[in-house]
Ligand binder design. Sequence first.
Ligand SMILES: Nc1ncnc2c1ncn2[C@@H]1O[C@H](COP(=O)(O)OP(=O)(O)OP(=O)(O)O)[C@@H](O)[C@H]1O
Length: 246
Amino acid sequence: MLELKNITHQFHKDEPVLQQVSLQVAEGEFVAVIGRSGAGKTTLLKLFNGMVTPQQGTVWIDGKCLSHCSGKKLRQIQQKIAVIYQDFCLVPQSTALENVLHGALFRNPFWRVMTGCFSEQDQKNAKTALAKVGLVEKADALVSTLSGGEKQRVAIARALLQQARIILADEPVASLDPMAAEQVLSLLKTLQQENKLTVVMNSHNTVQAVQYADRIIGLKQGVMVKDAPVSAWDETSFADVYGGAQ
Ligand SMILES: Nc1ncnc2c1ncn2[C@@H]1O[C@H](COP(=O)(O)OP(=O)(O)OP(=O)(O)O)[C@@H](O)[C@H]1O
């Protein structure tokens, strides 16, 4: 479903941020990407939704090469992909329901987007998405009044309304307390398993990576040092990723 072929990318003239990275993620897989700060995890995630265009190599989504897509074709691909950020990326002065409805922007005509006037069906689906993340009673609450864990669940509900098939989660629980983090990650895991969603999650937390992912990819200074099922990771391989000079 997702593929990177021989990706090398650098932002400036100094060291490449990613070097010769190739990987595939199958539909319905939960992959964790780990590595020290600056290892290139976010850049790798951004390749998949076209926010970063690689200098060398190609990015494939469902058999389509991103660099060969533009306009409507590119939007159709991007519609399948939702991104969940550490800092939530929600509109704080809008309600939880209004934020979830932003997931329907792709499918709506411009005037609905501009007026925020969504169809009854979209409103109903947004409430269903909120129910799925356990937040239907907070539908009318301003996002600014929600806890971090609740905000992240609103972001996940927005991804559900978008009907995304791929969730790119960039350190989604880094700012949450352990209980809220577990709630959010369990929710992502349930959605991955029940809805066959593909999840690629950046994380600094190897315990969570082992607990929730099927497979872990280790990046060190932009180089993929290990790509293996969780069962093949041990203390030595984690030390290979996190140890030494960066
Ligand atoms: N838009 C950009 N312009 C210039 N340099 C960038 C840009 N984005 C990332 N970088 C640089 O690329 C390197 C890798 O950044 P990236 O955010 O991918 O790392 P990361 O592994 O996600 O780090 P962290 O865990 O701290 O979020 C860093 O040195 C960063 O400064």
